[in-house]
Design a protein around this ligand. Sequence first.
Ligand code: XMP
Length: 518
Amino acid sequence: PVLVVDYGAQYAQLIARRVREANVYSEIVPHTFTTEQLLAKNPAAIILSGGPSSVYAEGAPSVGADLFEAGVPVFGICYGFQAMANALGGKVAQTGLREYGATEATTVGGGARSILEGTPESQNTWMSHGDSVHEAPAGFEVLATTAGAPVAAFANEEKALYGVQWHPEVKHSTNGQQVLENFLFKGARLEPNWTTGNIVEEQVERIRQQIGDSKVICGLSGGVDSAVAAALVQRAVGDQLTCVFVDHGLLREGEAEQVERDFVAATGVNLYVANEQERFLNALAGVSDPETKRKIIGREFIRAFEEAERAIIAQAAAEGEKIKFLVQGTLYPDVVESGGGEGAANIKSHHNVGGLPEDLQFELVEPLRALFKDEVRAVGAQLGLPQEIVGRQPFPGPGLGIRIVGEVTKERLDLLRKADAIARAELTAAGLDNEVWQMPVVLLADVRSVGVQGDGRTYGHPIVLRPVSSEDAMTADWSRLPYELLARISNRITNEVDGVNRVVLDVTSKPPGTIEWE
Ligand code: XMP
């Protein structure tokens, strides 16, 4: 793999994704790894990421000079660039001057033949640094400069060692991907062989080896991760797999059918459906506190899943079989964020609907453990899953249960489902699905306002539209949807959904607002 050494400023994941976008496999490792530990992973190349520190700060992470003698190509970025300069005897100056944001970098010397090949002589780069490199280490050539950084990029071609002061992994660095790919393909001479087709083949092979001829069980939530994980396992072991779909009645219009009909048609999977709509409605009756709703939904989900599980285990036992494995849709960011540990203890922290049972009698199968979300979607498409499933926007595990502000009832769910379906259909028709991260549609069931429809006054509920743009749901901004589109959604909802006489738009960023209303 290409190893991305994480100096702790959230850039490492982005770098790893960019490397994979170039069809090269990459993994993130902590900066506490020694040179020996790094080399033990047999890296094809190493990238040192950005980080928050000054190389002179107390306890600042450093890099061993021996790493640069190991014959492995290395690319230092921002902090990694400075740590590299420092380790190799260059001069890093604490000027007290900061360069932050868009900065123009000018190619000098042989830069245009090195990792800056194919980029303009003067290019936009994204900077965030205090210290700057004033002298390149011996044997290195300066490739670029900026106003604040006399040495903004350098190279030692003979040893395949490179570095840039800016952040090539962020989109604000206009030629960033080109620079990164120059390092990978020209500097390190790697082959672009990490493709969706290869990922599928490799995972299918691994799953077969892990599962052998045992039986395996899998939960489907309607979301992307569980669907793609199940489809991979199905591709690998076919009928040995049984999927469980707990229909809690809190999904949006058409989503249960996507699982029960479209997913099954695309994969041929054995599906066990637990129709539990009544159970969830009964458990939620009279409850309006959001956290209580979440707890109830999580608890009932686990119970329903376990009941389904027992039925499947019993059926297998009747045929003399035992279920040994459980599939989980854990993704690479979950693995990295929980410390990168190995093994079964690493349960997906944010699992849809409050997590699976803890008393794991099963060994876990986690075919998405090495993948980022966009790779999961690509794998799903490669496996022939419907676009509605692989392109699905984030949707909370407790579903519409936390999009009704107030008590959840059958009537309110039906009403919200209608309004939500209209909003989603119009967003799609306007071609704006990709502009919007997600668009919760919320029913304010405890609020009523006066309206007028036809000859009469109405006393109905408002529907809130909450379209947001975001990178990772940690922060978000409200999406500036065209007024025409908002007008169409509003007209249709107030005309077509009985009981709704107002549509309002949420124009709050996160923070201070959250994405969901509950
Ligand atoms: P908030 O509302 O906290 O949401 O800004 C951030 C992201 O998480 C989703 N979300 C949930 N997902 N169970 C989930 O699986 C939950 O209880 C839950 N609450 C919020 C939300 O849709 C957004 O993507």
